[in-house]
Design a binder for this molecule. Structure first.
Ligand SMILES: *Cc1c(COP(=O)(O)O)cnc(C)c1O
Length: 439
């Protein structure tokens, strides 16, 4: 005690590779001091001792004050819903992983998506979104946001002219996922940026259009939208980043100026991430992201190639296959931290009609056979876990979307979504082969 800390860390964090950084986090932070822990403790305190009324007043004054330097400032912790050290650690590392300036976490992915949109839009402004979205995002935009005076126009964002035609004087946000859930089509982020920049050139700052990208499918290991033209990234931490399916969580990553408004939104709408969940994501999820994605992606590629060769399979959509209609765009957008092509661990496939049954019935049979017989593949929604999951988007996760939209966007009854996990890939292929033999 009292002695200066030895200067044992000579390099700066930028000199290390991301995979290392995700394991070790920041060398030092003003937000915590756990120098003797190899693993940081879970903090679990709803409220904080303040010491003096003056300090309490100062804490409230500083909270969400946009002029604060959020990286350097020593926060005065007041109450868990405002700021919390375990959340702070996770947020700092998530922002770094996405190449963003700041991150604010939320209780779930949907809480994060609602916060990003709620913080950016006010009544009278509108959202332009891709026609196929995660089912609850679609439901948020069709059921709830219109009640606050924020309508959404759904268009096909793979077509640049559709975006241009949809943008009006009131457009505030362009929103999409890429790869799109579930059909694995891609949206060209540079093209969306180009169109948006052209329109923003004539607009004052408060009416600039912001691009919000849901990067849940790819994870930052495979794609960093902020480098490719997005203004904000949203995540469901429940999926690939959490990685083990034990906890729910969400995150918004964006520019420094959004930190205060996002913290305040979280404080008032209340969708705060539990520190116990944040700890799991920070200690288990994020540090293993690279190792998991490398292996799951290899398996996805092998399974995609296997499925493509099966006579009962009509088509396989995986951004890593040369047959993917946007393979060139995939190579441009989906790269790991070293710049290597990283098409992710999600795939979508359709079956051919059988002699007596149509493709949709066949797919249901396939999924039911897997649900009953397969050891390595589980019938369940969600994705990005160490266990391989299968589901039918048309009737399950995307049932909220209107039928015409589903069909128009290539999501047919009987399409099957596969989220590859970490099992031995030979076993996954054998389970799939067995199921295909039985339909
Ligand atoms: C799961 C998911 C969400 C919602 O996340 P929750 O954590 O379940 O609220 C949003 N977008 C995508 C692409 C998802 O897969």
């Amino acid at each position: 005690m009292g002695k200066a800390k030895p200067d044992r860390r000579k390099k700066v964090k930028e000199e290390y590779r991301m995979r290392t950084h995700l394991i070790h986090g920041n060398f030092e932070s003003k937000k915590w001091d756990y120098d003797h822990h190899v693993v940081p403790p879970i903090s679990s305190s709803a409220t904080y001792r303040l010491g003096s009324a003056h300090r309490g007043a100062q804490g409230f004054f500083e909270f969400a004050n946009e002029s604060n330097d959020f990286v350097k400032h020593v926060p005065i912790y007041i109450y868990n819903r405002l700021e919390e050290p375990t959340l702070d650690m996770l947020e700092e590392n998530l922002a770094y992983a996405e190449n963003g300036e700041i991150c604010v976490t939320f209780a779930t992915g949907m809480a994060a998506i609602s916060a990003a949109l709620g913080m950016l839009c006010e009544a009278g402004q509108e959202i332009v979104a891709h026609g196929v979205l995660y089912g609850c995002t679609y439901s948020l935009m069709t059921h709830w946001l219109p009640r606050f005076g924020i309508p959404t126009k759904f268009v096909d964002l793979t077509q640049e002219e559709e975006l241009l035609a949809a943008i009006s004087a009131n457009t505030r946000v362009v929103y999409f996922e890429t790869p799109v859930n579930p059909d694995l089509s891609l949206i060209d982020m540079a093209a969306v940026r180009r169109v948006t920049d052209r329109i923003n050139a004539d607009r004052p700052p408060e009416r600039q259009i912001k691009i919000v990208v849901d990067n849940t499918f790819a994870t930052p290991y495979c794609q960093r939208p902020l480098q490719l033209g997005a203004d904000f990234v949203v995540h469901s931490l429940t999926k690939g980043i959490g990685g083990f399916g034990t906890d729910m969580g969400g995150a918004v990553i964006g520019p420094k100026a959004s930190y205060g408004p996002l913290l305040m939104y979280r404080k008032d709408f209340g969708g705060v991430l539990s520190p116990k969940s944040a700890w799991n994501i920070y200690v288990y999820g994020l540090p293993t992201l690279s190792a998991r994605m490398i292996n799951m992606q290899k398996t996805a590629h092998r399974v995609a190639k296997f499925l493509q060769e099966q006579p009962k399979v009509e088509k396989v959509l995986y951004p890593g296959l040369e047959s993917h209609p946007q393979f060139e765009l995939a190579k441009k957008q989906m790269q790991n931290y070293e710049g290597k092509f990283s098409p992710g661990a999600m795939l979508y496939f359709q079956l051919k009609d059988g002699e007596t049954v149509n493709a949709a019935e066949r797919a249901e049979k396939l999924i039911d056979h897997i649900a009953g017989q397969a050891y390595t593949i589980t019938l369940a929604v969600s994705l990005g876990q160490i266990k391989t999951l299968i589901e039918s988007p048309y009737s399950m996760t995307h049932s909220a979307l209107p039928v015409e939209d589903k069909i128009k966007r290539g999501m047919v009854p009987g399409g099957v979504r596969l989220a590859l996990g970490l099992e031995d890939w030979h076993d996954i292929i054998e389970d799939l082969k067995d199921a295909l033999d039985h339909i």
